[in-house]
Design a binder for this molecule. Structure first.
Ligand SMILES: C[S@@+](CC[C@H](N)C(=O)[O-])C[C@H]1O[C@@H](n2cnc3c(N)ncnc32)[C@H](O)[C@@H]1O
Length: 363
């Protein structure tokens, strides 16, 4: 990638004013002229991706209790279904996080000095606009690095963001954040300036007690001293509000849950009947997490890899497809510290529905 060098920016953060601003403006114009406005700078070969999917899915389905990793929800249809979930009246999470970002994005960006935004699990980037507006107000050459397992939402969301921000450059990266965060270094340049690493949508809640600190440690290892991490966290609250959010009246969450079966059928030559499964989402108050399952409606074989793998499901047997952990300020602080990060700011909605948390790499 042809990325112009601006070695001083990442260290010191170039103030916009006086002669430095003129030099910076010139540099920004050059940057926009020499670098494509949108490109994919990293992505997995389909063969590798399929092989990993087969390994992980077969391992999860062979274990008791049976499970399928939630990342396999997100093909093109799954990404659209998740986007539809965000608009559901029951799904308070997106609206609450959006409101927090609208109120606080300017301050978060100003305090961090960010000129570059990395978004992990960016999806349709519905909430990214507030952050990019704040970054664009500070720099003439903002950079956005969306990282997601699904390429389609990266491409689609980039279109709208590029139209809204005429000097924005987008470097998309397709990858699995559990194994391939190192690809982020392909999207980052010393010359981009301080970076805000965002992880929105309560996606951190989909990771268990071992996975979350492990991912946080990887992100921390990519962060420079001045970079900041911004994470959206769903809070422990009235269990009825939580349970409703995962059991909507229109059945969109059920369709999203069942979509993983069509992903497996297509990608792993599976033979699975969506109609032979029910959606089940329960809030476990003791563990402070939602567990989402597919329940087998009859005794049935689940075959993958053109019949080479055959798993017998009993009637009523559950396959766990997602956990969604809920946090308090204390449990979030603990998770961050286990992941090598120190909490700097905790910004929650007045009703204590959702929180944004800003952290730095622990020195
Ligand atoms: C809950 S959605 C959140 C989307 C978006 N950040 C938002 O706030 O609306 C989770 C996103 O993370 C992506 N994702 C899930 N697991 C992933 C993984 N292991 N690696 C990379 N992306 C992943 C999904 O494709 C999806 O876009």
């Amino acid at each position: 990638m042809n990325t112009p060098k601006r070695a001083d920016a990442r260290q010191g953060g170039v103030p916009e004013g006086g002669g430095t601003a003129r030099a910076y403006t010139l540099h920004a114009v050059q940057a926009v002229q020499t670098e494509p406005r949108f490109e994919f700078v990293g992505g997995s070969a389909t063969g590798d991706r399929r092989a990993r999917m087969a390994r992980e899915v077969i391992a999860g389905l062979s274990r008791r209790p049976r499970s399928i990793p939630p990342k396999y929800f997100y093909d093109e249809r799954g990404s659209r279904l998740f986007d539809a979930i965000c608009d559901l009246p029951e799904y308070y999470l997106t609206r609450a996080e959006q409101a927090l970002l609208q109120a606080h994005a300017g301050g978060i960006v100003q305090r961090s000095g960010a000129r570059c935004l990395v978004e992990i699990g960016s999806g349709m980037a519905r909430k990214t606009g507030s952050l990019l507006r704040a970054i664009s107000a500070r720099t003439l050459s903002p950079v956005y690095v969306p990282f997601d397992i699904a390429p389609e939402p990266i491409r689609e969301s980039a279109r709208g963001l590029l139209a809204a921000h005429p000097t924005l450059r987008v470097r998309g990266i397709v990858g699995d954040f559990a194994h391939e965060c190192v690809r982020l270094s392909r999207g980052l340049s010393e010359s981009d300036g301080p970076t805000l690493f965002a992880f929105l949508g309560s996606t951190i809640g989909n990771l268990d007690e071992a996975e979350a600190p492990s991912l946080l440690r990887t992100i921390a290892s990519l962060m420079k001293r001045r970079d900041r991490f911004l994470v959206g966290i769903d809070l422990v609250k009235d269990p009825r509000i939580i349970a409703r959010a995962y059991n909507d009246d229109q059945g969109v969450t059920a369709a999203f849950n069942k979509n993983v079966l069509s992903v497996l059928a297509r990608e792993l030559d599976g033979h699975l009947d969506e109609n032979a499964f029910d959606h089940l989402a329960l809030y476990d108050e003791a563990r402070e997490r939602v567990e989402m399952h597919l329940v087998s409606l009859r005794q049935q074989p689940l075959t993958l890899c053109s019949g080479d793998v055959r798993i017998e499901l009993a009637e009523g047997e559950r396959v766990m497809t997602e956990i969604s952990r809920k946090f308090t300020e204390e449990s979030a602080r603990h998770m961050l510290s286990e992941g090598g990060m120190t909490m700097l700011e905790w910004l929650s909605t007045p009703e204590q529905l959702f929180a944004l948390c800003v952290a730095e790499r622990t020195a």
